[in-house]
Design a protein around this ligand. Structure first.
Ligand SMILES: Nc1ncnc2c1ncn2[C@@H]1O[C@H](COP(=O)(O)OP(=O)(O)OP(=O)(O)O)[C@@H](O)[C@H]1O
Ligand SMILES: [Mg+2]
Length: 484
């Protein structure tokens, strides 16, 4: 990139500051499992394990990814010319959560020089001839090209194993890896306890070939604040210690709901009695529409105001096989428009991303946007967070409540690593609700102030510098920007 001398100076200033931040000026430590894992005994045991097949299934935030990175780095340092691989879900996710957040700081800590790191490829070449390659299983082809035919002395780790698709994990374990193994290769699967007892990662756990590791979040002594966070979480949500999700996510125990309900609706916390309802001060409304002629058609209106949480103020649901048409939907929306003046309309138009603008003249309904439905699992997760916090209010006896209670994930799809509704109940109303709730989540994100103590990434800051080349030093800009 061509830069002016002034910008170069600023960039150098920034880099110096960056190094100080990263503690690079401090003497690097020399590698040892003890230096790396400290008092985290379970992580240490995983790091020093040399079994061919290693299965690591833990709570969340337990130190799995960190442990895997330590294992790779330790192996690369101690075993010359070894090739080591870390696969997450996608390259982009690995870059943000592993390469930047864990790998680079770890390299700095144990004295791997900057020049060993190849940013664009996320690869690391040590002076002893060892290599460490990071990437996503989604872009494994790219990594495959850099591997030889034999993984002698290698550590090959697949992280987020609970969420890897069956058509990824299956071929890797069954056909790709076996011919490449030598007695000194280690294949490592790391992941959390899955939501339902299904999927390749879960089933592998029962097979005798694995050396197994599993631990809870409180075994991770490197995050001592977790205990307080946990108590606060239990207090706010009112969830009990015996709740299967708590047992899995915090304690790493294989406890599952007898029937894995997709939604964490709890009438005591989230239900309100119908009849003359007095809603709190709601100031914004959004509408979600899940159209169907044979399935039910569902229209759900949600509302919220300052600090009120999310309220479902109305639902319109047709019976099955009603032969509903768009003009009927249009008339309903016209009435809804008059009553609430919603700011957002979302509908499921099948795969189409096109918006619908035909109801404007006849019914005064503004543009209906295509529902955001790409990441069903993540959307259900954030609805569940809202339900757990008691911030979502649904009428008792409504069709939406019925969907909340009946909907389950499909176990066969979970085997394939996918998130599909089971045939118990097709949640048309909960889908319409999820589309509408999108507007609430977006609005909430916009309202939340950026955290003041967040340090923007180097790339973001360089961009900032470029944009305001004549605007004073980085520090002055930062002072102006964040008031610090
Ligand atoms: N050996 C270690 N040294 C220093 N800090 C550590 C170590 N192990 C874990 N940590 C800390 O614990 C945090 C969680 O670790 P990590 O990201 O590996 O957890 P995880 O089990 O992979 O979590 P997730 O379930 O979110 O993937 C890290 O961000 C880091 O701060
Ligand atoms: Mg992790």
């Amino acid at each position: 990139v061509k830069v002016s001398p002034a910008l170069k100076d600023l960039a150098l200033e920034l880099l110096t500051y960056e190094r100080e931040l990263a503690g690079l000026t401090a003497e690097p430590e020399s590698w040892s499992p003890d230096a790396f894992a400290g008092q985290h005994e379970r992580q240490r045991a995983f790091v020093v394990d040399t079994a061919q097949w290693q299965h690591v299934m833990c709570a969340r935030q337990a130190g799995k990814t960190y442990g895997a990175c330590g294992k790779l780095l330790g192996n690369a340092i101690t075993r010359r010319k070894s090739v080591n691989v870390f696969l997450g879900l996608t390259g982009a996710a690995v870059r943000e959560n592993v390469w930047e957040a864990i790998w680079k700081p770890l390299c700095a800590r144990f004295g791997v020089p900057d020049r060993a790191l190849n940013e664009s490829r996320m690869s690391t070449h040590l002076d002893n001839g060892s290599r460490v390659l990071l990437g996503g299983t989604a872009d494994y082809d790219h990594i495959k090209k850099q591997l030889g035919k034999r993984l002698d002395g290698s550590v090959f780790c697949i992280d987020e194993a609970q969420d890897q698709k069956q058509n990824v994990l299956g071929p890797l374990l069954d056909s790709t890896l076996p011919p490449m193994l030598t007695p000194t290769t280690q294949v490592v699967l790391t992941g959390v306890l899955p939501d339902v007892p299904a999927g390749r990662f879960w089933r592998e756990h029962d097979k005798p070939r694995w050396s197994k590791h599993g631990w809870g979040r409180f075994d991770n002594v490197h995050t001592p604040e977790a205990r307080g966070q946990f108590e606060e979480y239990l207090r706010v949500t009112g969830i009990s210690l015996e709740d299967p999700r708590i047992q899995r996510d915090w304690f790493g125990r294989a406890v599952f709901d007898s029937h894995a309900r997709a939604f964490r609706y709890d009438a005591a916390k989230n239900g309100f009695e119908t009849g003359p309802v007095i809603f709190p001060q709601l100031t914004s409304y959004a509408v979600g529409i899940d159209p169907g002629a044979r399935d039910r058609t569902a229209i759900v209106v949600v509302g919220w105001g300052e600090g009120t949480g999310l309220w479902v103020v109305e639902e319109v649901v047709t019976p099955l096989d009603s032969g509903t048409t768009w003009s009927w939907v249009g008339r309903e929306l016209g009435r809804i428009q008059k009553t609430y003046r919603p700011g957002w309309y979302y509908a499921d138009f099948g795969g189409s991303k096109m918006s619908l603008d035909v109801f404007g003249r006849d019914y005064g309904v503004p543009l209906i946007a295509a529902a955001k439905k790409a990441d069903r699992r993540a959307q259900v997760d954030r609805v569940n967070a809202l339900l757990s916090e008691g911030q979502c209010h649904i009428a008792i006896g409504s069709d939406l409540e019925g969907d909340m209670l009946k909907t389950q994930w499909d176990t066969a799809a979970r085997e394939r690593g996918e998130w599909e509704w089971s045939t118990h109940n097709h949640p048309d109303v909960a889908d319409a609700f999820r589309y509408a709730a999108h507007a609430y989540f977006e609005a909430r994100v916009l309202r939340e102030e950026p955290a003041r103590d967040t340090i923007p990434s180097v790339a973001a800051r360089l961009r900032l510098l470029k944009e305001r080349e004549d605007g004073g030093s980085y520090f002055e800009q930062r002072r102006r920007q964040f008031g610090t």
